[in-house]
Design a protein around this ligand. Structure first.
Ligand code: FE
Length: 342
């Protein structure tokens, strides 16, 4: 194959050291800023290059660092695309002015309305459900909704990650949106009172806590569990049968969904390629790969789930407007702090 199939990856630190490492405009190139932290995304990029001949230059870093970098670079930014996880970060990027509205009939047709920004500055390409897991041997009546995680019946049993984590913030912001700020306050206090331990680690560590016996109940994104079903995850897969799961609030708002998505950079030098890339992410091929490669739910409803994801079963997703939820994040952060959620 030609040179065009090459994918360049730099860490944010390395790219910063090199200064402006990419040509701002280069025919047949695309400059991607990504905070998705999954090795499997490699396939997405190489498939795109193979299909289009467009080379992807990639800078990876934390979402907030990438957004700050785009702001600092301003009109000279080489960024064509920002990819990240969680609606609150996509909204933060929009508020910072580093994205632009685009027109794409393909994206309008493929991506459901509640999974895209009303100004077309960002689009969701995959989803994960934030659900409740429990130790089948010791928990007879697991919580059936998010509100019940604060029920005193579960005192000393529940594990969740820290309040500095975006998943915690957005789940709390969704509780604010669905139940009101006062209810969310009481909820956060009750949740903290039920902690089995101080928040620590990532979502996989919450699941490992159930295996080790430290946690009886834990909350995590679905893809961490599905990954443990699909391949060997240390401290999880060997005894994963011990873990049961609940899609919460099925009689009410439905399971909280966490979105991964992206948008075209405000000053994208290769805007046409950027739109092509987003349209590719909405294709059947890429959508299947989100499910098969990273155990996520495709954003495009007609795309089949991979085996590991299908095993979780059918459920009702919370259809709340995610950009409204994202606007509650500062309030959610305050509520978490006041509740003493570490
Ligand atoms: Fe994650």
């Amino acid at each position: 194959m030609s040179l065009n199939t090459k994918t360049t990856t730099l860490t944010l630190a390395a790219a910063t050291l090199l200064g402006s490492s990419f040509a701002t405009f280069a025919e047949g190139e695309l400059n991607l800023y990504s905070s998705r932290h999954y090795d499997t995304d490699e396939r997405l990029y190489s498939d795109f290059t193979e299909a289009t001949g467009i080379t992807i230059n990639r800078i990876e870093g934390k979402a907030d660092e990438l957004i700050a970098r785009m702001e600092a670079e301003g009109a000279n930014s080489p960024a064509d695309i920002l990819l990240t996880v969680d609606t609150s970060r996509l909204e933060r990027a929009k508020d910072a002015g580093v994205l632009q509205s685009i027109e794409s009939a393909v994206l309008e047709e493929r991506i459901p309305a509640n999974l895209q920004d009303s100004d077309n500055q960002w689009f969701g390409f995959s989803q994960r459900a934030r659900i409740i897991f429990y130790d089948k041997a010791s928990v007879d009546n697991p919580p059936m909704d998010y509100v019940s995680l604060a029920d005193p019946a579960y005192k000393g049993m529940v594990c969740h990650r820290s309040s500095s984590n975006v998943y915690t913030q957005t789940l709390t912001a969704a509780v604010v949106e669905n139940h009101g700020a006062d209810a969310a306050k009481g909820w956060a206090e009750g949740f903290v009172a039920n902690f089995a331990r101080d928040p620590e680690g990532g979502d996989t560590d919450q699941l490992r806590g159930i295996i080790s016996g430290e946690c009886k109940i834990a909350v995590a994104n679905s893809y961490y569990f599905a990954r443990g079903l699909r391949k060997d995850v240390k401290g999880l897969s060997a005894e994963i049968d011990k873990i049961g799961w609940v899609f919460p609030a099925q009689e009410a708002e439905g399971a909280h969904m966490n979105l991964s998505g992206g948008g075209v950079a405000a000053h994208a030098p290769n805007k046409d390629n950027a739109i092509k890339f987003l349209e590719y992410l909405a294709s059947d091929q890429a959508q299947q790969y989100f499910s098969a490669g990273n155990d996520e739910f495709p954003a495009v409803p007609s795309v089949a789930l991979s085996e590991s994801v299908a095993k979780l079963g059918e459920f009702k997703a919370d259809a709340v407007d995610l950009s409204a939820v994202a606007k509650n994040v500062p309030e959610a952060q305050k509520i978490l702090n006041e509740a003493g959620w570490k």
